[in-house]
Design a protein around this ligand. Structure first.
Ligand code: CP
Ligand code: NVA
Length: 305
């Protein structure tokens, strides 16, 4: 059966653990796998990207494959061709499809109608590839993921949702601290809880200090996402001023806690410059880990295709 990664819920806890083990192996030897030799992968970007674009393109190449990077406006999708027809056609050329877009529905439609694995490279609702890299980063720093506590502070967005879904599955106690009006959708919290294993959990609070207490990692993301109307910016600044990842919040976490951010960051807004560039920041390893985690993901998906 064709496998996809749309939310992260598709992976079993064992598959997730195996994927992270494999990612660590591929980090140690970047050319250890030829899983995509002779195959091509379509990478569709309807939104801007630095990390996802480059890490997927390099990752496909390092697995022996050929990346075919497509901007949304280069495809007939932008002129109304359906995701359904696009999926059927691309399946005749390529071995896998990655897509970054706004609405989540078209990604599900691609997966439903193509014959090849589809990878969600970010929608307004989910960013599972980011969470895979985040878990790899936690694993590198702390070893066993089961029982770790991760506090996400800020907007309850796609990144927060994917951390809950994949973190809880890996046994991580994920706490999202945000104002009630910016909380992740209840259905996403339920999805995370339904897949939780071990000491994994997904909770939402409006108290950033309570969330940070005892945390192994503090995480934040931008206050205005690509899927948001830019007019929300002023309101977000007002609502999220108390949810910054700064030195004071870091002091409330464990002494060995690390700071995470999926990037791009706005130093001085959601994260202080001192934390972003300071000794407890793991964000650059986190960005690198996109490459290793996604290579392990592509290897897994192609093995079942
Ligand atoms: N973190 C992340 O997805 O970065 P890009 O938007 O640069 O791909
Ligand atoms: N929440 C951000 C993540 C960017 C990688 C966005 O969707 O724009």
């Amino acid at each position: 059966m064709t496998r996809h990664l749309l939310t992260g819920a598709e992976l079993t806890a064992d598959e997730l653990a195996g994927l992270l083990d494999r990612a660590a192996e591929l980090e140690a030897d970047r050319h250890a796998s030829e899983a995509l030799a002779g195959r091509s992968v379509a990478l569709v970007f309807e939104k801007p990207s630095t990390r996802t674009r480059v890490s997927f393109e390099v990752g496909v190449s390092e697995l022996g494959g050929t990346p075919v990077v497509l901007r949304g406006d280069e495809l007939q999708l932008s002129r109304g061709e359906s995701p359904r027809d696009t999926a059927r056609v691309l399946s005749r050329y390529v071995a896998m499809i990655g897509i970054r877009t706004g609405d989540h529905g078209p990604v599900e439609e691609l997966a439903a109608h193509g014959d090849v694995p589809v990878i969600n490279m970010l929608t307004r609702d989910h960013h599972p590839c980011q969470a895979l890299a985040d878990l790899l980063t936690l694993r590198e720093r702390f070893g066993d993921l089961d029982g770790l506590r991760l506090a996400y502070v800020g907007d309850g967005n796609n990144v927060a949702v994917s951390l809950m879904v994949l973190g809880a599955k890996a046994g991580v106690d994920v706490v999202v601290a945000c104002p009630a009006e910016l909380a992740p959708p209840e259905a996403a919290v339920e999805l995370a809880r339904a897949g939780a294993t071990g000491r994994g959990a997904a909770t939402v609070t409006d108290d950033p200090r309570a969330a940070a207490a005892g945390a192994h990692a503090l995480y934040t993301d931008v206050w205005v996402s690509m899927g948001d109307d830019p007019s929300v910016a002023a309101g977000r600044r007002a609502a999220l001023g108390g949810y910054r990842l700064d030195e004071e919040l870091l002091a409330a976490a464990r002494d060995d806690a690390i700071a995470l951010h999926c990037l791009p960051a706005h130093p001085g807004e959601e994260i202080s410059e001192g934390v972003l560039y300071g000794p407890r920041s793991a964000v650059w390893d986190q960005a690198e880990n996109r490459l290793h985690a996604q290579k392990a993901l592509m290897e897994l998906l192609i093995s079942g295709a």
